[in-house]
Design a protein. Structure first.
Length: 281
């Protein structure tokens, strides 16, 4: 699946526009009560446009802030697993003033990175499992199979954690894609008292997750890809270094997901408080 938000630019704005059009219909054909209801609808629609604009600005600003922070803090987190200097790649798309295009490009970039590391770790994990199973069949190589199994235990643990985290990051990216498309609806829901919590959640996730996931993908690219080759089967000690790489991948990915969740919660609280003052009973 390839993200193509640029073709869906109309979607969140169409929801807001349809809501305002609904108010126009009420005003034209609803009589006195309809005109009063139309004013409420227009009020919610106007507030919704403002909240949608605020959410897009927050996302772009957060993307720039995350890029700035990681760029200046990366030198303090140098480890043997770091393959190079941090260079914003996925985050660089947030310099685009077109919110939907920025999110589209950043998500395409992030998914590609998460999948590349997932595939590399899964391949190494499968290779070690295959080598252990094949050498365990023959008595003459049974001892080697046992040794390989013991040596690979740290890598297996780290790889399992990394695979789960990377799979969660990819899933979160796809789920957030839907929240981005629903931002127009979320903005309208915030403007109504009974639904403002749901609306705030939609806006919070749509604004908080894209920069955090893109930032996690950029940091991930500074870590060596955990690749297992046949030489590491012979030199058991080499598997420890690969295990450290896999553990670093897991740590970065989990941190990105945690930051995304925290950012989404904080932003949703902001919109929830705003809705409490602006929403209509």
């Amino acid at each position: 699946m390839m993200f193509d938000l640029s073709q869906h630019l109309f979607f969140p704005l169409a929801v807001l526009s349809a809501y305002l059009l609904y108010g126009a219909v009420l005003y034209s054909f609803g009589g006195t009560h309809g005109k009063e209801k139309a004013l409420d609808v227009w009020h919610r629609g106007g507030v919704g446009f403002l909240l949608f604009a605020a959410a897009t600005v927050i996302t772009i600003a957060l993307g720039a802030a995350v890029s700035f922070f990681i760029s200046h803090a990366s030198a303090a987190f140098k480890t043997p697993q770091v393959a190079g200097e941090f260079k914003p790649v996925c985050l660089s798309h947030f310099t685009d003033r077109d919110y939907l295009r920025a999110v589209e490009k950043a998500y395409q970039c992030a998914v590609g990175v998460y999948r590349r590391y997932f595939d590399a770790i899964a391949s190494g994990y499968g290779s070690i499992f295959t080598a252990t199973a094949l050498t365990g069949v023959l008595v003459i190589t049974g001892g080697y199979s046992m040794g390989l199994s013991q040596a690979a235990m740290p890598y297996s643990s780290a790889a399992t954690s990394a695979l789960l985290a990377l799979a969660a990051a990819v899933a979160a990216t796809y789920v957030t894609y839907g929240f981005v498309l629903l931002m127009g609806l979320g903005a309208v829901l915030v403007a109504e008292e009974k639904t403002r919590h749901l609306g705030a959640l939609i806006l919070g996730v749509a604004a908080g997750f894209p920069p955090a996931l893109a930032g996690g993908a950029d940091v991930l690219q500074t870590i060596k890809v955990p690749e297992v080759d046949w030489s590491k089967y012979i030199l058991f000690s080499s598997l420890i270094g690969v295990a450290a790489d896999a553990a670093a991948v897991a740590a970065v990915t989990v941190t990105a997901l945690s930051v995304a969740a925290a950012a989404a919660y904080a932003i949703s609280r902001i919109f929830d408080h705003a809705g409490a003052h602006l929403a209509i009973e």
